[in-house]
Each structure stands twice: as structure tokens, then as C-alpha cells.
Design a protein around this ligand. Sequence first.
Ligand SMILES: [Zn+2]
Ligand SMILES: [Zn+2]
Length: 185
Amino acid sequence: MLFTHDVELSLLAATMLVNTLPDASPSGEDELTTMEQLDRWFEREGFTGDRLHTRTELDSLRVLRLRLRALWGAESDEEVVSAVNAMLDEGGALPRLVNHDALGWHIHANTPDAPLADRVMVEIAMAWVDVLRQGERARMKRCAADDCEAVLVDFSRNRSKRFCDVGNCGNRMNVRAFRARNAAS
Ligand SMILES: [Zn+2]
Ligand SMILES: [Zn+2]
């Protein structure tokens, strides 16, 4: 097992949030502009705790996704470490063991009434703690398609995943390479 299940889920939730950005989303549109979109993401990714359903709450998540994307774009472990530590600090992280939704024992580092963006930020920062501790930052990839800015987590055994799942980029690039080869021959 590479990461614990809850860490995998947190990392995937982070990619789903980052990949709502217009240059990363399957539609090419900003996919986090309405409360309904935020609600769907929240439900689908299994987040818990209080919700305000306000514009401020939505905006804070819109800002957070940019900050999370920077983790994928970092040049060094040290750069990620200082960003992750800042997130834990700002989010008032105070780890405690919890169990809900049959996830087994895992860590929450905020109370359920902390602002949503703080809870999400801290949860994802905690997942990145594991990524760093296990020396697996190379698995946190950006899509190899030249026209796609989506992020992904490569859980494959041999770290061979190159393309995101959102935009069908693997197929798209294969078709393009095939056409280029045909045109050349
Ligand atoms: Zn939880
Ligand atoms: Zn892609």
C-alpha cells in the first residue's frame, strides 16, 4: 500500500478541485462558479462538517484551488514543505483521530465548524505530508498533454501514468501522434 486510503481520497479530491480551473477542466470552462458545483464536489468527495453556502465560502475555495495547484508546480521538496507548513499553520491544524463513513481511523486536523476552505486546505496539506514523508512527490504530476493544465496523482506501480483522466488526454495524444506518423510516411 502506497498511501492510506483516506490520504488517497484526499489527494484525489485535491485534483478534482484543481481540475475545475478552465485550462484543466474537461469542458474548458471554469467548473467552480456556482454553489451547485461546490455542493457536488463536496458531496462526491465525501467531505464532512458544516457548510455556510455563501458566496464567501465559494470564493475561498476558488482561491484555494490555485494555491493547491502550486503544490503540483513546485520545483523542489523544500518549496512544497514550506507551502504545506504554511497551510497547516494558517488552517490552525490540530490533529485528532476520527472515524466516519467506514473510512477507519484517520486524522482530521480541524473541528467540523472551521471554515470549509480551512478544513479542505488542512486535509489536503496533511495528505501532502504523507507524500513528502514517503518521498513520493514524483507521483504528483501535471498532465503531459501540451494543451492541458490538469493535475493528477500517479498511483501506478511503475509510475508510468502521464495523462489526466479528465480530458481523455491519453487517447487524444495517441491519435495526434498516429496522424503525425501517417503524415510523415
Ligand atoms: Zn474524515
Ligand atoms: Zn490532460
